[in-house]
Design a protein around this ligand. Structure first.
Ligand code: BGC
Length: 418
């Protein structure tokens, strides 16, 4: 991104001139990739709140789960001197954008709203660049979930596997009974999502952290990683032939309609079950991915604020940030999205059992050391490093010749990319 700096400064100069020449309308333009059923319902609530404050909502949705497409579009918009009011950006990337000098300081809004008192430090720190708030968190997603259709397991006469050792026998039975054991979409970020849950289940939180957060070379190419990659190879056997390019929400639909037994996906998948009128504990169950009950791979969505020139635009941005942190927004957005509020001290009475379990596990894992950032969802390492590691995971996932040992060596090399 460093190569963008000069262009960005030139572009910002142009923006200032434009702003000086005539005031902009207070459009609140938010770039995001929330386009699936549950996601769209969530974002519609934000739009409603902003419009109620008299602003004009300018939707800037870029389809493609996981956000790769959205980030490409965002870069070109910022380079051309026309950043949106805010964009869905997460984790260490917030620091990268901060270093470009294009983010707005939201400290006044944060102070007025007592954000420091309302956010756990692990969340607040991610929202700050050099100690100043530049972003606002909308939720906490848990990635290491397994979504299962209990009716399918019942029909196949098999229990839902709780460990990776139990997994192949269960999957064989499901397959024999005519079901697709694992619903999956063939996109790199989806492969990466399954990979990180498998690494967690096989290696546990301390290993996950060493390998995928600290990028320890010996862990990346060592025996535990090789075992995790063997497990991933085993899981791949139970995915159907049409998975290539399938969107994640279409894979969720396969579990919803009983074609497939389970999916490994973060709890935005729950937004799809909810949008389809399905009830947890009855129509579907949420379980930590095998072997990962003591862990919580977190994925916090946040809206990052870009510097605005006109007073109107600044006001719109401040109202957006205030709305996002309000208890009303944190409740309704997350009820639809499948996540839990980032704001602490909220009453979870309206939330379902999966969300309550998520909240309890978030707290418990924070104490036990099992709370770790998701690498597949841009929370753990710089974007370039995550991208290089994801490339290896996808190559391995889709190759029938690469050995787990060779893949582990490649992972260690990829981890050196910055
Ligand atoms: C985002 C979620 C989103 C999911 C699928 C994740 O990276 O954090 O908010 O629902 O991708 O698009």
């Amino acid at each position: 991104m460093k190569t963008l700096i000069k262009t960005l400064h030139a572009a910002l100069m142009t923006t200032s001139l434009l702003a000086a020449a005539g005031a902009q309308a207070a459009d609140v333009e938010v770039l995001h990739w929330w386009t699936a059923g549950g996601e769209a319902r969530s974002v519609a609530e934000l739009k409603k709140m902003l419009e109620a404050k008299g602003h004009k909502w300018k939707d800037f949705a870029v389809a493609g789960g996981g956000g790769e497409n959205a980030m490409t579009v965002l870069k070109s918009r910022v380079v051309s001197g026309n950043p949106p009011t805010a964009a869905q950006i997460k984790g260490p990337s917030i620091q990268e954008w901060g270093a470009e000098g294009v983010l707005a300081n939201m400290n006044d809004v944060a102070k007025a709203g007592n954000w420091d008192g309302l956010l756990p430090p692990v969340v607040a720190n991610v929202m700050k660049y050099k100690g100043n708030y530049v972003a606002v968190p909308v939720n906490v997603h848990r990635v290491n979930w397994m979504w299962a259709n209990p009716e399918v397991f019942k029909k196949a006469g098999v229990a839902i596997p709780k460990t990776w050792d139990e997994f192949p026998a269960a999957a064989e039975k499901l397959q024999k009974a005519g079901f697709i054991p694992v619903a999956h979409g063939g996109q790199p970020w989806q492969d990466f999502t399954v990979f990180e849950s498998v690494v967690m289940g096989v290696g546990g939180p301390a290993f996950y952290k060493k390998a995928l957060v600290d990028l320890d070379q010996a862990s990346l190419k060592g025996p535990t990683m090789i075992k995790a990659l063997e497990t991933l190879q085993m899981v791949r056997k139970y995915i159907d032939k049409d998975a290539a390019n399938r969107d994640w929400n279409l894979a969720t639909a396969m579990v919803i309609n009983g074609k497939a037994a389970m999916q490994f996906m973060g709890d935005w998948a729950k937004g799809e079950f909810s949008a389809a009128g399905k009830k947890p504990g009855k129509d579907y169950v949420c379980l930590p991915a095998p072997g990962s009950a003591n862990a919580f791979t977190f994925n916090i969505d946040s809206l990052v604020m870009f510097t605005q020139k006109s007073a109107d635009a600044k006001k719109g941005q401040q109202d957006l940030a205030t709305a996002v942190m309000s208890p009303e927004f944190q409740e309704v957005f997350n009820l639809n999205k499948g996540s839990i509020p980032a704001r602490q001290g909220m009453d979870l009475a309206k939330f379902d059992d999966c969300a309550k379990q998520s909240a309890a596990d978030f707290t418990a894992s924070a104490k036990s050391g099992g709370l770790v950032p998701s690498i597949a969802h841009q929370m753990a390492v710089p974007a370039a490093t995550a991208g290089a590691i994801q490339d290896v995971v996808t190559q391995f996932f889709n190759s029938h010749t690469m050995t787990p040992k060779a893949a582990a060596d490649k992972l260690a090399l990829a981890a050196k990319v910055r």
